[in-house]
Ligand binder design. Structure first.
Ligand SMILES: *Cc1c(COP(=O)(O)O)cnc(C)c1O
Length: 390
C-alpha cells in the first residue's frame, strides 16, 4: 500500500554508520532507520547473537518459559526503576500495553472510572487506534472512525494546564521526556520533576514514552534520568532491538498490579530471536564508558552543528536535542534540506516543527561526525546556490 513516501533509493548492505546503495554509493547514515540501529549496521556482536539463536530455536510462544526473555527483563529492571517487563514487537504495542496497564491498575484497585491519560501537544505515540488518539494529531486521526476515548491533551510543557485537566477519571500522565517526531523538543528537567510531583499529589501514574529516547540515545540509558525522577511505567522499542523488531513495557510492581495472567498478551512478543538480540544490544550499551561516549559525541555534534547553523543563517534557525538525538530547525521546508543532504549522501530524518533530525548510530566516531558536517556543508551550499539561481 502506498502509505509511505519513499525516497528512490535501495540499500544492499550496511557497515557501522554506513549504508551502501545498489550502485555502490556509500551513504553516511545519520537517520539510523529512525533511531532504531543503535549500534549501526551489521554489528558483529548482534549478528553473532542472532545467528546463534537462529540455529537453536526461533519461536516457542508465551505458553512456555523463555530464558533469554527472563534474562533481558531482569537486566532491564536492574538498570532502571522497573520491577516487571512485558515484551512486544513495536513502539505502538509498548504504548498500548502501557495504556492498558494504567487503566487496569485503577480498575484492579476499585476505581474503574479512572481510565484517562493526560498527553501533550506535539506528541507521537504510534499508529494504532489508541496511540493515534493519545498522540492527538488530527492528520493521523481523521478518517478512522470515532477517536478512542480517554486522552486529554494539553499544551507542551504546560503544568497549569496539566493540573486543570485532572479530574475524577484521570489515571495518569503520558509524556515523552524529549519529543522526537514532534521536533526534538525536550521537556525541561524542572518540568519533568513537577510532573512527578503532580502525579504523586494526585495518585496518578507517570508514564514515559521512551521508544525513541531510551537505551542510550540521549547519553543516559533512559532520558528521564536527566531530570532525576523515575516514572511508574515506561514504553521502549526502536533502539532496544538494534534493528530487530522489539518493544517493551516496563513498570513498577505496584503500577502493574492489575496485569495478571490472561489480561494481556502477544503471540510474537519476547520470542527467542528478539530476546537474543535485545540482550546483545544491552551487552554493548551497558559496557563501562559506552554512555559517556554517547554524551561526548552528542556534545561534539551539537557544537559542530551550531557552527553550521551560524554559517547558513538563511537555511537554519537553531540546533536542539540531547546526546545523539539532535535536530536542526530549518527556515526553508525541512523536506528540501533533507533532500539536499541525501544528495550529498548524508541520511537524516524529518520531524515536526520543520526540523531535520540527525540521529546517528550510538557507535559514531568523531571522524564520522566531521564527515557528516562536511556533507552537511556541501548539501546546504548546493541548496543556497539553487535558491540563488531561481
Ligand atoms: C516511533 C515511536 C513510536 C511508535 O513506534 P512504532 O514501532 O512505529 O510503533 C512511539 N513513540 C515514540 C516516541 C516514537 O518515537
Amino acid at each position: 500500500m502506498p502509505v509511505f513516501a519513499r525516497a528512490p533509493l535501495a540499500f544492499e548492505r550496511g557497515e557501522g554508520c554506513w549504508l551502501i546503495a545498489e550502485n555502490g554509493d556509500r551513504y553516511l547514515d545519520f537517520g539510523s532507520g529512525v533511531a532504531v540501529n543503535a549500534l549501526g549496521h551489521a554489528h558483529p556482536h548482534l549478528v553473532e547473537a542472532l545467528k546463534t539463536q537462529a540455529e537453536a530455536v526461533w519461536h516457542v510462544s508465551n505458553l512456555y518459559r523463555i530464558p533469554g526473555g527472563e534474562r533481558l527483563a531482569q537486566r532491564l529492571c536492574e538498570a532502571s526503576f522497573a520491577d516487571v517487563v512485558f515484551f512486544c514487537n513495536s513502539g505502538a504495542e509498548a504504548l498500548e500495553a502501557s495504556i492498558k496497564l494504567a487503566r487496569k491498575h485503577f480498575a484492579h484497585n476499585g476505581q474503574p472510572e479512572r481510565y484517562r491519560l493526560i498527553t501533550f501537544e506535539g506528541a507521537f505515540h504510534g499508529r494504532t487506534l489508541a496511540t493515534i488518539a493519545a498522540g492527538g494529531q488530527q492528520k493521523y486521526i481523521e478518517g478512522f472512525g470515532p477517536k478512542v476515548d480517554g486522552f486529554d491533551q494539553v499544551p507542551f510543557g504546560d503544568l497549569e494546564a496539566v493540573k486543570a485537566a485532572i479530574g475524577p477519571e484521570t489515571a495518569g500522565v503520558l509524556v515523552e521526556p524529549l519529543q522526537g517526531e514532534g521536533g526534538v523538543r525536550a521537556v525541561p528537567p524542572a518540568t519533568m520533576r513537577a510532573l512527578r510531583q503532580i502525579c504523586d499529589d494526585n495518585d496518578l501514574l507517570l508514564v514515559v514514552d521512551e521508544v525513541q529516547t531510551g537505551v542510550g540515545r540521549t547519553g543516559k540509558l533512559f532520558a528521564h534520568e536527566h531530570s532525576g525522577v523515575t516514572p511508574d511505567v515506561m514504553a521502549l522499542a526502536k533502539g532496544i532491538g538494534g534493528g530487530f523488531p522489539l518493544g517493551a513495557c516496563l513498570a513498577t510492581r505496584e503500577a502493574a498490579d492489575g496485569m495478571t495472567a490472561g489480561v494481556h498478551g502477544s503471540t510474537f512478543g519476547g520470542n527467542p530471536l528478539a530476546m537474543a538480540v535485545g540482550n546483545a544490544v544491552l551487552d554493548v550499551v551497558l559496557e563501562p564508558g559506552f554512555l559517556e561516549n554517547v554524551s561526548r559525541m552528542g556534545l561534539l555534534l551539537k557544537q559542530k552543528l551550531a557552527g553550521v547553523v551560524d554559517s547558513h543563517p538563511d537555511l537554519l534557525a537553531d540546533v536542539r536535542g540531547e546526546g545523539l538525538l539532535t535536530g536542526l530547525k530549518c527556515r526553508v521546508p525541512n523536506t528540501e534540506v533533507a533532500g539536499a543532504l541525501r544528495d550529498a549522501k548524508l541520511l537524516t530524518v524529518g520531524a515536526g516543527d520543520n526540523v531535520v533530525r540527525l540521529i546517528p548510530p550510538l557507535i559514531v566516531t568523531e571522524a564520522e561526525l566531521d564527515e557528516a558536517v562536511s556533507r552537511l556543508e556541501a548539501g546546504l551550499s548546493k541548496l543556497e546556490q539553487r535558491s540563488a539561481a531561481e
